[in-house]
Design a protein around this ligand. Structure first.
Ligand code: NAD
Length: 280
């Protein structure tokens, strides 16, 4: 029986700490502010943004809601980002991804001032991660690191395998694990013998986007398994890991929902408060 890594509870605890930091900032006259830019009518994006704005309200961060129709041009989006960059009440800017396909996501992320990049996806902040320089960290992998830390998962000298090489999860995750002295392998869609490589992992992190792909064949007995995947299926939201098959083998595992997702949102709040603190 694996220990269940309770991301929901850990995120709630983190929000309590963040609310305390917000109170301290407010006592010095600083109200942390997050601008949320949401383009189009993707239902999942709307639901994420709603939850993020609720989180802000809970901890006392002011959120500024900027919803735009899917027909917005790149120039209009750029102008909106520029106005948020210049707004002193805004310490963090979130552009909810994915953007409609006619818009250039990379250009939008790079347009956000690096200091206000609370998603940690600006090229400069990802570069800082490579260089080991303190900077806003990408929320999802940073949330995973906080979970591993909270549950005292030793990383130094351990074999970590990350499945997925996106700039949002897989690559920054690998760099963060490396920073913690794990020996890291990154797997992807062209990896040969994926199950064999995964079975070498002491810590296995799945960030693929394929429902229940990781079954018992991929897991070494005693491994710590972190499921980043969010897949909406007929049976509801499921992860990349077949929880029922893997849980009896693993020493610790995150559930979906209630695992990495809530921690991702908590890290957005943490990055916003850190940005507000730096602005003083
Ligand atoms: P992505 O599509 O950008 O990347 C997926 C990666 O998986 C790619 O690098 C690809 O090479 C790899 N891959 C695809 N098929 C594979 C296969 N058969 N074998 C091995 N590797 C394969 O996705 P992403 O943005 O990195 O997100 C991954 C998953 O994590 C999605 O389910 C997404 O919804 C979820 N996600 C969750 C959170 C959260 O807060 N929990 C945050 C971001 C993303």
């Amino acid at each position: 029986m694996a220990m269940i890594i309770d991301g929901k509870q850990l995120a709630a605890d983190t929000r309590v700490q963040i609310a305390e930091q917000v109170r301290a900032l407010k006592s010095r006259g600083i109200v942390p502010g997050l601008a949320v830019i949401l383009v189009g009518d993707d239902p999942a994006s709307h639901s994420y943004v709603r939850m993020k704005e609720q989180d802000c309200e809970e901890v006392g961060i002011a959120s500024f809601d900027h919803r735009r129709s899917a027909g917005i041009t790149q120039d209009e989006l750029n102008a909106l980002i520029d106005s948020c960059n210049e707004d002193h009440a805004v310490h963090g800017i979130l552009v909810q991804l994915p953007l409609p396909s006619h818009l250039d996501e990379e250009a939008a992320l790079a347009r956000i001032s690096a200091e206000k990049d609370v998603d940690g996806l600006h090229p400069m902040n990802l570069g800082s991660l490579v260089r080991g320089i303190e900077a806003p960290r990408a929320c999802t992998p940073w949330g995973v690191m906080k979970m591993l830390e909270r549950y005292s998962v030793e990383l130094e000298g351990k074999r970590a395998v990350v499945i997925g090489r996106s700039s949002i999860v897989g690559k920054p995750q690998a760099l963060m694990l490396l920073e913690s002295n794990a020996t890291v392998t990154v797997c992807h869609s062209r990896t040969v013998d994926l199950p064999g490589i995964c079975r070498e992992a002491d810590i296995l992190i799945a960030a693929v986007g394929r429902p229940k792909m990781i079954d018992a064949d991929y897991v070494k007995p005693g491994a710590v398994v972190i499921d980043v995947g969010i897949n909406r299926t007929a049976e509801g939201m499921v992860g990349d890991v077949d929880f029922a098959a893997v849980e009896p083998l693993a020493s610790a595992i995150t559930p979906v929902p209630g695992g990495v997702g809530p921690m991702t949102r908590a890290m957005l709040l943490a990055n916003t408060v850190a940005a507000a603190s730096r602005s003083t």
